[in-house]
Design a protein around this ligand. Sequence first.
Ligand code: DC
Length: 228
Amino acid sequence: MKHINIAIDGPGGAGKSTISKEVARKLGIIYVDTGALYRTIGYYARENGLSVEDVKVTEKISPLLPSITIEIKYIDGAQHVILNGEDLGDKIRQPDISMYASAVSSVPAVRAFLLETQKELARKNSVIMDGRDIGTVILPDADVKIFLTASSEARATRRYNELVAKGVEVKYEDVLSEMNARDHADSTRAAAPLKAADDAIYFDNSEYDFQGSVDHILNIIEERTGVK
Ligand code: DC
């Protein structure tokens, strides 16, 4: 199969990761979850006693970066992030790590630190990579760019159901307000704000279910690249 790079950007809760994972499985390519990298830096900062406010400050977060080694491994098709030799598993999925991840991602030094890891994965493999700046910064020459979004209510409902299914106790209102706060922070920050690339295909999947979203994206990829 020819080498292809697919970029999927959009706000949290649009289903980027579950949909991308399934598209990757169907095409036999690798799914790269870049949010996990920011979550890993956030996790490390929290472990080192920094607050969410601290990690937005370059002078506080930058000194930690040289002691961080991140590797990405694929075990049975699932992405594992290894931080200084430790597989973090689901530790980076805790809700407070979402806020840490959003905060560290506003720091240009952090984005620069993670840039090459992401580019290299896409150079070496056919990938579908999801994040906030994949089509704009990381893979400007991607074969297909999709900006995947949905209404904030649709996204909060999905995230809420996901957390409940995992046994996490949360209130819908809290999920919605955290989602709105994160959307706001991610789209108004100075460094690589969340925005669609000029040549991205805009896809609002509020009215689509999971399989419908997967099929729609597979169709776009086939149309653009001939790969199916
Ligand atoms: O996709 P996610 O929820 O795991 O991402 C966590 C945070 O990381 C999100 O609030 C924004 C940031 N992020 C980013 O700035 N750039 C990316 N490519 C991916 C995530």
